[in-house]
Each structure stands twice: as structure tokens, then as C-alpha cells.
Design a protein around this ligand. Sequence first.
Ligand code: SF4
Length: 367
Amino acid sequence: GMPLPPPPVLSPRRKTRQLQVGKIGVGSDSPVSVQSMTTTKTTDINGTLQQIAELTAAGCDIVRVACPTEDDAAALPIIAMKSPIPVIADIHFQPKYVFAAIEAGCAAVRVNPGNIRKFDDQVKEIAAAAKDHGTAIRIGVNAGSLDKRIMDKYGRATPEALVESAVWEASLFEEHGFHDFKISVKHNDPVIMVRAYELLAQRGDWPLHLGVTEAGPAFQGTIKSATAFGALLSQGIGDTIRVSLSAPPVEEVKVGLQILQSLNLRERKLEIVSCPSCGRAQVDVYTLAEDVTEGLKDLTVPLRVAVMGCVVNGPGEAREADLGVASGNGKGQIFVKGEVIKTVPEDQIVETLIYEANRIAAEMESE
Ligand code: SF4
């Protein structure tokens, strides 16, 4: 049949310069990528590679590793070589590790100018080394470690302060003919963060890395990040994202991917359209939706499955989906592509949906 048109997005991407972080393109010519950061000690090479493998399996595009000591720097060559996804070394305080990371073959180095003493005097050498090795740079400005001069001028980390710091550092790299960098201006307050990125986006065509720092535990951090990234991505701003959570990094990747999928910036995989339930429900919708989600979690094809508590909106939503159920009177009407294919007793709804979903998936894969 005819290929489906691409799903609509809220805004075209802001046009940016393009750069490569290893095999991953970052900029408006590439899809928005998802990053996370390992929580292992970087000196624990096997543990770090194991976590990178888990992140890769979860859909992570780029991974960052901390590099606070000489021993961490010494671990970078093997990690960069063996990682299946590009590795970014995260450098604060010690400029010598910037050079070590570049020489180690890291795809990129994140530098925090506010935390590196006399950073500006070293931009020339950093730019030269990065250019030699094809290494990308992230200028990672952070509200918690803003350049002292800027803090003295603004008093606190306002959007304007974050942007002034970033634009200044960008100008230094550009003066030295180096353009393979992206910028982040992170803050823990989504409102300040969004405003900072909006201002920064007007100042130059740099690719932008979005992040809300110290976003918090999973629930709060997910919402802060989704709200802030949504506000920016809906304007086309943002080329790579990192959700920061006080939770295992695989969770960050799942949240990041879900944000992109929600905005049609990534292909949606399994999508459960379940009603919130209400006084009309004739079935335990929460349990039903959870059981179906669990039963279908390994599906790899995009599939929309509707789980509806009653027949008010049930048949309508179930018809719009690839597969669905509308419950009522102790039974479930099972819909496939808009047609009722059968009615089953309530206790067979889950197994029937799983069976049908796998059948549809097998058909899609054989096409
Ligand atoms: Fe309530 Fe039925 Fe709507 Fe679910 S589908 S929220 S049970 S009216």
C-alpha cells in the first residue's frame, strides 16, 4: 500500500549547524538524540561497559562518563574503544583531563568552563587538540557552577547570565576556528532553563543539548524534564537531550525516549491508549492496562492498543487503534483495525489481546 505520511510535529526543527558525536549526528539534520550518564566508577571498566550495554539496549544514543581522577582518565581509551555508542567524557576542574579524553578517543568532551580555572586561556589548545582528533566539544554551562565574573555581574544564575557565559565561551572557540561544539545552559528550575535556551537559540545556530539539572527523584524529575523539554522541543529547540533523574540511568533513557515519542520526534513503539476509568467502568481498567502493558512490553513493532473501561468511548477509541477492547457486562469486545473480531469473557481479555497483538506484529514483520 501507500506509505503513510510522517506523523505531524508541533514545529519544524530550529536550523542549526551540524556536528558528529562519533557515529551520531547532532543538529537539525539529525533526529533528536537521547543521552544518559553512567553511575559506575569509570575506573571500573567492566562495570561501566556493562552499564553502557544496558543503556544501549534501552535505546540510549550517546553516553557520558565522569572523569574526576587520573585513574578515570586512564580507563577512557578502553571504554571509548569498546562502547557500542559514542562516549563523552565529563570534565570539571582539571584541564589536563580534557586533553587526556581527546587523546583517549572519546567522541566528545563536555567541559564546564565555570569549573575549570583559567579555562579561557586554554581554549586555543583544546580547540587544536579536538580538531586534530575529530572530537566534538560540549560547552556545558551549569547554574550551580557559573563563571565567577558572570555571577559577580548578575548576582545569580538568571537566564541572561547562563546565556552570556555560554555565548562568551562559544565566541572563544569560534575565534580559534573551532565549530564542532554544542551548548547546554542547565538550571534546576524549568522556567529559568526554558527561558535560557530560548534566548540562546536566538544568539547563534549552535546545536543545543537540553537538560534540567538536579531534576530530582524519578516522579518529579520526569515531570520537570518533560515539561521543560516539551516547551522547547515544541518550538523546534533542542538537538540532543539528557533527562537527569536520581534513579538508574536506564530510567533516564526511557523517559527521554518517551518524551520524544510523545512529540512525534521518534517513532512510537507500543502505545497503550487506556482510559482513566470512571464511575461507569465495568472492569478494573488499571489492572487490565497494566497486565496488557506487561504482556506486550517486548513487542518491537509500533502498535496502538486501546484498553477501555466501558462502551461510552470504548468502541470509538478501540476502532482508532490497531487493536483494542471495550469492556461491559463481564465481557470484552475485541477490535482489530476497527472491526469487532470477537467477544470474550472478562478473564480472557488479557490473553486474547496478547495473542492478537503478537499475531499482528508477526504480520507486520513479514510484510
Ligand atoms: Fe469512564 Fe468508560 Fe470513559 Fe473509561 S471509557 S473513562 S470507563 S466513560
